[in-house]
Design a protein around this ligand. Structure first.
Ligand code: GDP
Length: 451
């Protein structure tokens, strides 16, 4: 996500590196580049205009920081402004004081609502809630079935208007407004504390659709109305969002398909033009491809400063807690990561699925994107074999791995010596990056210092 925008901005900032002082001309040129990059990423024109004028004003202004050089200062300003247009603080779900909390999903057909319902249910379940899904998309013939499939994947019940998984879950009518209301009654009876109501979408914004969504909203008085938008729809996103904002007055936005080859402009415009926060992001077709949206972390990702916090969170969700705490402490104590840690990490990563996705969140990932795109997941097997052929002592102190040790390790793992060399070199780089990040915790921008 945001691939080309991220590349373009990195390129722009590169030109500022090492400058002791920025002239007005430097700032003008930088702002011009930022403007082009944002427009090419499909960010709405009005948002671009406001963004760039604020960046320029602040860059020309008297903000002087002892800690940052002028180039870093501009990066910091752009970062702050990105966070601002993405909505500022993280907005968490509003849970009802008297359960059940009712969450209604709205959006165009194909936006990703039904898929999201399953993802969200699973995520909420992981946090100790007991959600139920209610199928109010009675427009599309297959929608109810699809919600049931997603419910099964999340292992949560689905309340449906047609004969469903069990007669217990059937509603008495085919009217979406009535089904929504009955679904909530059902949740109360069965003591579910969260109800996720999936509604119908159309291919385009139309009055009837909006009326139905508004009727459901009025009937069930949801605690949250989440507008789901496909991040790939580009400039149309703003108009669609404005129409839904007026029609159903949603409380938050969910960006879906952020995994696609999206230019990302929708994400950068929607929160700002509607004044409603982005609360979640959907990042794939899998049930676990879902995350809470944090404006600050997203800005960091766009500026290629990495998203270490999301990485750690994802890690914590699947990792054994003791291991996660140990790594976190090492990081905080600025202790070096060694190959033992690396091996432990690799085993945990296997549990999480895609290594590529994890690597993409690392600082500096944009510069390595081409290599990462070609990343072969089987590589992990080879790497693990190499690390396993090392002695414990070698893993803890990789510096001692000389030529003859390399040859022995290669033989043991059934790979060439150059494969061992490549791994050790990559490891040394990763270690250096981690060190820099750990040192950067005290306020400097990770990955930006000292260039
Ligand atoms: P709805 O009509 O709004 O309920 O949309 P669906 O949930 O049926 O999603 C439409 C299509 O988009 C389906 O093929 C989904 O598998 C796919 N989809 C949904 N969310 C994502 C996502 O985050 N990433 C990707 N790549 N595909 C998604």
């Amino acid at each position: 996500m945001f691939t080309s925008l991220s590349d373009r901005l990195s390129e722009t900032f590169k030109n500022l590196r090492g400058k002791g002082r920025l002239s007005e001309a430097d700032i003008d040129a930088t702002v011009r580049e930022i403007r082009r990059a944002l427009l090419d990423a499909d960010v709405a024109v009005a948002v671009v205009r406001e963004f760039t004028s604020r960046v320029k004003e602040r860059a020309l202004g008297s903000e002087v920081s002892q800690a940052l050089n002028p180039g870093q200062q501009v990066v910091k300003i752009v970062n702050d402004e990105l966070v601002r247009i993405l909505g500022g603080n993280t907005r968490r779900l509003n849970l009802a004081k008297n359960p059940p909390t009712v969450i209604m999903l709205a959006g165009l057909q194909g936006a990703g609502k039904t898929t999201l319902a399953g993802k969200m249910a699973k995520w909420l379940k992981g946090q100790g809630h007991s959600p139920v899904l209610v199928a109010c998309d009675l427009q599309r013939p297959n929608a109810v079935k699809q919600l049931q499939v997603n419910g099964e994947r999340a292992q949560v019940p689905v309340f449906a208007p047609h004969p469903g998984v069990s007669s217990e879950f059937e509603a008495s009518t085919g009217d979406p407004v009535a089904v929504a209301a009955e679904g909530i009654e059902y949740a109360k009876q069965k003591l579910h504390d969260i109800v996720i109501v999936d509604t119908a979408g159309r291919l385009g914004v139309d009055a009837e659709l909006m009326q139905q969504a508004a009727d459901i909203r009025a009937a069930i008085q949801p605690d949250e109305v989440l507008f789901v938008i496909d991040a790939m729809i580009g400039q149309d996103a703003v108009n669609t969002a404005l129409a839904f904002n007026e029609g159903v007055d949603f409380t938050g936005v969910v960006l879906s398909k952020l995994d696609g080859d999206t230019r990302g402009g929708a994400a950068l415009s929607v929160a700002h033009v509607t004044g409603k926060p982005i609360m979640f992001a959907s990042t794939g077709e899998g049930i676990g491809d879902f995350e809470q949206f944090h404006p600050d972390r997203m800005a960091n990702r766009i500026l290629d400063m990495g998203d270490v916090l999301s990485l750690i969170e994802q890690v914590e969700a699947t990792w054994d807690k003791g291991e996660a705490a140990r790594m976190q402490k090492k990081f905080e104590d600025q202790e070096d990561f060694n190959l033992e840690d690396f091996l432990a990490q690799m085993q945990q990563i296997r549990k999480m699925g895609s290594m590529k996705k994890m690597l993409m969140m690392m600082p500096g990932a944009a510069q390595m994107r081409q290599q990462l795109e070609q990343f072969d997941e089987k590589e992990i097997d080879r790497v693990e074999a190499i690390v396993r052929s090392m002695t414990k002592h070698e893993r803890v102190a990789p510096k001692i791995i000389n030529g003859s040790r390399r040859a022995r390790i290669a033989k043991g793992a059934g790979v060439s010596v150059s494969a061992v060399n490549a791994l050790l070199e990559r490891f040394a780089q990763a270690q250096k990056m981690m060190r820099k990040m750990a040192q950067g915790q005290g306020g400097a921008i990770p990955g930006m210092g000292g260039h």
